[in-house]
Ligand binder design. Structure first.
Ligand SMILES: Nc1ncnc2c1ncn2[C@@H]1O[C@H](COP(=O)(O)OP(=O)(O)OP(=O)(O)O)[C@@H](O)[C@H]1O
Length: 294
């Protein structure tokens, strides 16, 4: 059963480092059972947002995770949360078996048997030291640890950094097929938007510390349309006020918000923008013309 209470709830979330305001008052809810992508450029505030909801940094405004204040009740909250930053974050000097012992000691919902079961048939053995594993083997170990933690909220910050495309794809497929249930919620940040688009239920775009898009994936196609304009109809296409225009290989590509596909169809080839196309379009749009989705 999905929980009607949001798993994460933020109101007016602000973060300052000295005189620099990094997060400018974020408002959002993440309901249970959803797979959220938090997407933004370098320095946009993704990690700071994750740190705020993991209780790793104090913030102004209000934030609740699983009904708790993450900063004040971090230990209790983390019993139901799994967080892994990037694959390089595993302690390199430990043997795999020692790592599992450590995790057994520190995480009440870590199942050693499940992690070991997951590694059966891979090249990663209990006696291996992390520092002697290849990046691909580390990815398998990383995934085994993630899958062995029975968490209600799983937070992944650039989880596949440095991995080749095969391992990245495998990582996400196993996560989706073998881990996700309607009682679990996943929040993931990555720069490789195309690779997670297939699994997301919702997306948030963050730019310069502000949410400029927060929407379920199914409504992206209702709100946005992309047009490759026929050259003869370009002036008409531009008159419909695209949010973004770009020339690619001699073709003019325009992205629209709130313009029906039927209106655009006579002017060229219409499609729903991919998440990466939408990201480029909305990130380059003037800051004053964007607005959060809900
Ligand atoms: N401890 C800190 N002290 C001062 N400024 C900081 C600190 N941590 C982050 N920042 C600044 O806050 C801004 C947001 O950083 P953050 O790490 O949240 O971005 P990000 O979206 O995760 O970027 P990336 O994709 O590069 O990881 C950056 O300008 C960064 O320089």
């Amino acid at each position: 059963m999905s929980d009607p209470q949001p798993i994460v709830s933020a109101r007016g979330l602000r973060k300052r480092f000295g005189r620099n305001e990094i997060l400018h008052g974020l408002d959002f809810d993440i309901p249970a059972g959803r797979i959220y992508g938090l997407i933004g450029h370098n320095g946009a505030g993704k990690t700071t947002t994750l740190n705020a909801l993991l209780g790793l940094t104090s913030c102004e405004g209000e934030i609740r995770v699983l009904g708790r204040d993450p900063f004040a009740e971090r230990a209790r909250m983390m019993e139901d949360v799994a967080f892994i930053s990037d694959v390089a974050s595993l302690p390199r000097f430990l043997k795999v078996s020692d790592l599992f012992s450590m995790l057994t000691a520190i995480h009440p919902r870590f199942s050693r048997a499940r992690a070991e079961g997951f590694l059966e048939g891979t090249d990663v053995k209990a006696h291996h030291r992390v520092k002697h594993l290849s990046k691909g083997m580390i990815a398998q170990l990383h995934l085994a640890i993630v899958m062995a933690i029975d968490a209600r909220l799983l937070v992944l910050d650039e989880p596949t950094l440095g991995l080749d495309i095969t391992y990245r794809k495998r990582f996400y497929r196993r996560l989706l097929e073998d881990y996700m249930t309607e009682d679990r919620t996943l929040l993931i940040t990555t720069h490789q938007v195309d690779e997670i688009e297939f699994m997301l239920s919702d997306v948030m775009f963050i730019r310069d510390g502000a949410l400029i898009l927060h929407t379920p994936m199914e409504s992206v196609g209702q709100r946005y349309a992309q047009l490759i304009a026929e050259p003869a109809r370009l002036a008409e296409a531009e008159a419909l006020k695209p949010v973004f225009t770009e020339t690619r290989f001699g073709q003019t590509v325009l992205v629209y918000e709130g313009v029906p596909a039927e209106t655009l169809a006579p002017l060229g080839q219409v499609s729903t923008p991919t998440l990466s196309d939408l990201f480029v379009a909305l990130m380059q749009r003037d800051a004053g013309t964007t607005e959060a989705a809900r």
